[in-house]
Write a protein that binds this ligand. Structure first.
Ligand SMILES: NC(=O)C1=CN([C@@H]2O[C@H](COP(=O)(O)OP(=O)(O)OC[C@H]3O[C@@H](n4cnc5c(N)ncnc54)[C@H](O)[C@@H]3O)[C@@H](O)[C@H]2O)C=CC1
Ligand SMILES: CC(C)CCC[C@@H](C)[C@H]1CC[C@H]2[C@@H]3[C@H](O)CC4=CC(=O)CC[C@]4(C)[C@H]3CC[C@]12C
Length: 361
């Protein structure tokens, strides 16, 4: 019954649908949204894996496009019931210029909102980030916080600034009249650091460990805790929000939700070792910590080198003053808002999430 042509009526658009998170959202929609008729996957770079999805009962339409181009976005949005906007430039390493980051993350989001308004699309789910809140430039810890926890959210880095601006635009757009006279319903999801199949930085750490003879050196004290969330659960939350937004518009419209699951609070490195350990790497004697002053010196040196070498080549290592500050500041989330508002429960247990990630690494 769920698969019959009459029940399949909805058109979804996923921007950034070929990214790390976007691919999981796309696959999750195909598995868990029985009302789906057409799924539009919009991305600057389309993945070859999309081809295999085209043989199923849902019409999968691959759209190669750029969110900074308003006309391309409007064409993709026209006729969609729901837009899940995950496209973004995730760059905390100085690979792209601040202008490009703003262009994609802020202007791109403006284009998506305006396209919804012009074409009459009513439901918009935005992938925001915990970085919209923190860690802030003062390095204040955010310990077991929720969506209402007071925190001085002050940033200088272009990535969190751009995500914060884009999130504000999305939330302010809630209630705007769209073409046809109905109201736009928007909400924003704030994942903490996402991990899982396709998490490139995890692979980079793995390869670095192999180059160092199977060892990694602890840089961040084990007492600095981070919340992390499995990509499958983040995708599931997006799908659930998209499904519930119409029925619960008054409650959910204009709201933000942290993405959370049962993944344990750990330091960035200890958490990564949950996956890299079973793959044969070890964190060298946990009492031997690289001194903070040395890390800061290296991070500053990296930033200087990046600036000096910019005219010649792109030097963008993982360690810079910003990533060091993020990695070195406790940021943990403890909330049940998503459960209270739209019945979210993680689809994948910690054990499942761990096993799937290890298999992938
Ligand atoms: N990876 C993480 O830990 C977290 C990610 N996020 C957010 O989740 C979203 C997805 O991030 P990831 O999947 O990790 O990144 P990703 O880089 O793997 O995916 C982003 C996708 O957006 C596409 N894209 C970039 N610029 C575009 C443009 N101008 N037009 C169309 N498509 C464009 C890319 O081609 C890519 O496929 C982003 O909005 C990011 O800010 C939020 C919190 C944590
Ligand atoms: C060797 C260093 C001491 C450790 C470097 C670790 C960093 C590369 C990563 C530490 C924390 C990560 C960020 C965090 O998980 C939150 C994020 C949210 C986003 O929206 C995008 C990704 C990221 C900024 C993530 C990026 C890598 C870290 C800075």
């Amino acid at each position: 019954m769920a698969d019959s042509a009459e029940t399949r009526k909805l058109v979804y658009l996923v921007t950034g649908g070929c990214g790390f998170l976007g691919e999981h959202v796309v696959r999750m929609l195909l598995q868990r949204e029985p009302r789906l008729y057409e799924l539009r996957v919009f991305d600057l770079h389309l993945g070859p894996w999309l081809e295999e999805l085209k043989t199923g009962p849902v019409q999968v339409t691959a759209i190669q496009g750029d969110v900074t181009q308003a006309h391309e976005v409007a064409a993709a949005v026209a006729g969609a019931h729901v837009v899940i906007h995950t496209a973004g430039l995730v760059d905390v390493f100085g690979r792209a210029s601040p202008e490009t980051i703003y262009e994609v993350n802020v202007q791109g989001t403006k284009n998506v909102i305006e396209a919804c308004v012009q074409t009459g699309t009513r439901f918009l789910v935005y992938t925001s980030s915990m970085e919209v809140v923190g860690p802030n430039i003062k390095g204040h810890p955010f310990y077991r916080g929720n969506e209402d926890t007071p925190y001085e959210a002050i940033h200088r880095h272009p990535y969190p600034c751009s995500k914060a601006q884009a999130e504000r635009l999305v939330l302010e757009a809630n209630g705007r009249k769209v073409h046809g006279g109905l109201s736009l319903v928007t909400c924003a999801l704030r994942p903490t650091g996402i991990y899982g199949e396709g998490h490139q930085i995890m692979r980079d750490f793995y390869h670095q460990g192999l180059r160092l003879g199977g060892r990694l050196f602890r840089a961040i004290p084990a007492s600095v805790e981070h919340s992390r969330v499995y990509v499958g659960n983040v995708a599931w939350m997006h799908v659930l929000v998209a499904q519930e937004l119409e029925q619960r518009a008054a409650l959910m419209g204009g709201q933000v939700y942290f993405c959370y699951d049962e993944s344990p609070y750990k330091s960035y490195e200890d958490f990564n070792m949950e996956f890299l350990g079973p793959c044969g790497l070890r964190l060298v004697d946990t009492r031997l910590l690289v001194p903070y002053w040395l890390l800061m010196l290296l991070a500053t040196l990296n930033a200087l080198l990046q600036w000096l070498l910019r005219p010649l080549l792109l030097y963008a290592p993982l360690l810079n003053p910003y990533t060091l500050a993020v990695a070195n500041t406790t940021f943990t989330v403890s909330t049940n808002k998503a459960q209270r508002h739209f019945g979210y429960k993680p689809l994948f247990s910690w054990e499942d999430s761990r096993t799937r990630t290890i298999r992938w690494v």
